[in-house]
Design a protein around this ligand. Structure first.
Ligand code: GAL
Length: 651
């Protein structure tokens, strides 16, 4: 469905005197903003004392904003339980892996498993929904704020332990079955009852990876259950409103596909410059893109969360200037608000909302920019957002994002297994999926992420990153898939309970791929293994496998073993390909699949949506996109300035 992309902003009426609200609302509207998110941290003002609610100030704020024509996204305040609640129920505080209580004084000080806290969340959510659920200006609800932020998905409280035992009992039914599944005969780890099972955080050395895998799955399910308490109430009392939660950059401790099942829209908080500074794996990009952000990380999350939201996603918080929380916090280049906005819309975003309307002069985020300075003067970001709003209006409605030709399967469960048992320190699922994504995007392709449960119909090329456990049903789907299938190492290397499959890796895919993995090794870069692919020498730079079987070898290691194999349409890469090998191999497969690619300049990315192709220049310097554009430019120029955007109307 074609629609006009929209702009939003995060606003904290409780931070500003009421006399300012009306002018703020008018200024938002003037800037082209249509949505405003409020409320998500205001519990101490909603319920100043236990049981005494005060929603009048919020009602007045909602009316003021609504009267100005703004649509409200109401946040439930459960990321910031007030002090009186903690004092009443101190055991709701989370406990760190080391066993330390994480106390009051910032936010997210709760354990997902604490049933008393879930009841308190239900109570405050119900009170809010009863008061505002049918308010005509309220169009959406955000549950809580950034699940998992500040490392909070995993908590080692007695409540978590007891819920974990219940979860395990539901899964295995008998303790004998659990002992068998986990292989607890090893090191005499056998249990007599579920009540004996501890959380896997306090042992002398490495705990059983099967134990940790189940703990991670359990913890993910707890986030889902916690969220559902609120969405059930909101569905009942505020029908017709979109339910949404704001996800984050590379926060992967819970399965976002699963949590999104209870939501209408997946949204996420995009802080490109802060993320670039804290991400260890983009070292080589840190300097060149220091004020623009990594050219693929934003898009990666747009595509991932669009999949989680079953096609619907928003940016709930967009970085407006320097942030406060990274070790270093550079100022984005002029133009980046507009660029990030356009990029999100190109990937299908319905809404891009900025954090925050005005920089706060007090408390933790004093150094965090807003659209306005603390003295109320519009900051650079507000001018850029206003420009973006004007451009959006000129282009009018845009078709929703449609299915791409290429898909990458994204599995949180596999990511967790690799965190538990990397075997080589740098074998990271995130690094791997980002490398694949980057290589495809550099060719100008639209890329979809899909969940391991998603149908693959219609794709011409599917890449399966290390899918540690392959369910039989997934094996069937992959076998029936008739496009090119590219499978990365370690796929099918464990059963659901973390055993090596009886027929060895790739387990249920051995027939499809025509191989058996007989040995695997990891190594540091200096021990890289040379690979000959089409008479050019590359490397496996951290991982290699020895495979045997009836598949044909399309690349060899220079010491004489199959490096990439092929059986019909299914390829297996028996090692971790260096960047050049991954890129060149994918180039060949993409060409063979008949996909049209673009020769994009370094640092430039593109995506099509409807009949528009958007180009974004992540470089600080000017580049020419003349070789990439064949249609009419409706925005920008072929000589694209640093941090600038061009849009082509496709025939
Ligand atoms: C987000 C959070 C916001 C604010 C922002 C600062 O993670 O949701 O409340 O703290 O970061 O960048």
């Amino acid at each position: 469905m074609a629609r006009q992309p929209e702009l939003g902003v995060c606003y904290y009426p409780e931070h500003w005197p009421e006399v300012m609200w009306e002018q703020d609302a008018a200024d938002m509207v003037k800037a082209g903003i249509t949505h405003v998110r409020v409320g998500e941290f205001a519990w101490s003002r909603f319920e100043p004392e236990p049981g005494t609610y005060d929603f009048e100030w919020l009602a007045s704020a909602i009316n003021t904003l609504g009267d100005a024509g703004l649509k409200l996204i109401l946040g439930t305040p459960t990321a910031t339980p007030p002090k009186w609640l903690i004092d009443k129920m101190p055991d709701m505080l989370p406990i760190s892996r080391e066993g330390r209580t994480r106390g009051f004084g910032s936010r997210r000080h709760y354990c997902f498993s604490h049933m008393g806290y879930r009841r308190e969340c239900a109570r405050i959510t119900r009170a809010m929904a009863e008061r505002f659920g049918d308010h005509p200006a309220v169009v959406a609800w955000q549950t809580d704020n950034e699940y998992g932020c500040h490392n909070t998905t995993h908590s080692y409280t007695p409540a978590a332990k007891s819920n974990f035992q219940t979860w395990l009992e539901a899964r295995y039914e008998t303790i004998g079955a659990l002992n068998e599944a986990w292989g607890n005969v090893f090191w005499s780890m056998e249990y007599l009852s579920f009540e004996e099972i501890e959380l896997p955080n306090q042992a002398v050395t490495e705990t059983n990876p099967a134990h940790r895998w189940d703990y991670r799955r359990f913890a993910s399910d707890e986030v889902k259950a916690f969220n559902k308490v609120q969405t059930d109430i909101l569905r009942e009392l505020s029908p017709g409103r979109d339910l949404v939660h704001n996800f984050m950059t590379f926060v992967t401790e819970y399965d976002h596909f699963s949590v999104s099942e209870e939501l209408d829209v997946a949204s996420w908080d995009s802080y490109p410059i802060g993320s670039l500074d804290v991400m260890p794996f983009v070292r080589e990009n840190k300097e060149h893109f220091v004020r623009t952000g990594d050219p693929d990380i934003q898009a990666y999350h747009h595509d991932l969360y669009r999949a989680c939201g079953r096609g619907r996603f928003w940016i709930m918080e967009q970085q407006p200037g320097p942030v406060n929380w990274a070790p270093y916090n550079p100022d984005p280049l002029p133009g980046m608000q507009r660029l990030w906005g356009w990029e999100a819309f190109a990937h299908g975003a319905e809404l891009v909302s900025y954090f925050r309307w005005r920089q706060a002069p007090f408390a933790q985020e004093q150094f965090h920019a807003g659209l306005n300075r603390p003295d109320g003067v519009p900051d650079r970001a507000l001018h850029e957002v206003t420009q973006l709003g004007t451009e959006l209006k000129t282009l009018g409605d845009i078709e929703a994002a449609t299915q791409a030709d290429v898909a990458i399967v994204y599995s949180y469960d596999s990511h967790w297994a690799l965190l538990n048992q990397p075997q080589g320190q740098n074998f990271s699922y995130i690094v791997q999926t980002l490398a694949i994504y980057r290589a495809l995007r550099e060719k100008g392709l639209n890329v979809d992420f899909v969940s391991p449960d998603a149908p693959l119909d219609g794709y011409k090329l599917v890449v399966l990153p290390s899918q540690i456990h392959v369910r039989d049903e997934m094996a069937m789907r992959l076998t029936n898939f008739d496009g090119d299938l590219i499978v990365l190492p370690r796929t099918g290397s464990r059963t659901v309970s973390h055993e090596i499959p009886a027929n060895l890796a790739p387990g249920p895919l051995s027939e499809l791929l025509g191989i058996k993995v007989t040995r695997a090794e990891s190594f540091r870069e200096f021990a890289a293994v040379e690979v000959d692919y089409r008479s050019k020498i590359y490397t496996f730079d951290r991982w290699r496998e020895y495979v045997e079987g009836d598949a044909e070898a399309v690349a060899h290691t220079t010491d004489g073993h199959p490096a990439i194999t092929r059986k019909k349409n299914a390829y297996y890469i028996a090692g971790w390909p260096d960047e050049a090998l991954l890129r060149d191999f994918l180039d060949v497969r993409v060409a063979a699949a008949g996909l049209s690619i673009l020769d994009l300049p370094f640092g430039v990315r593109t995506r099509t949506r409807g009949n528009f192709r958007v180009f974004v220049n992540y470089n600080p310097q000017r580049v020419s996109i003349a070789d990439c554009v064949s249609g009419e430019l409706v925005l920008g120029s072929l000589d694209l300035a640093g941090a600038d955007v061009a849009i082509e109307r496709l025939a």
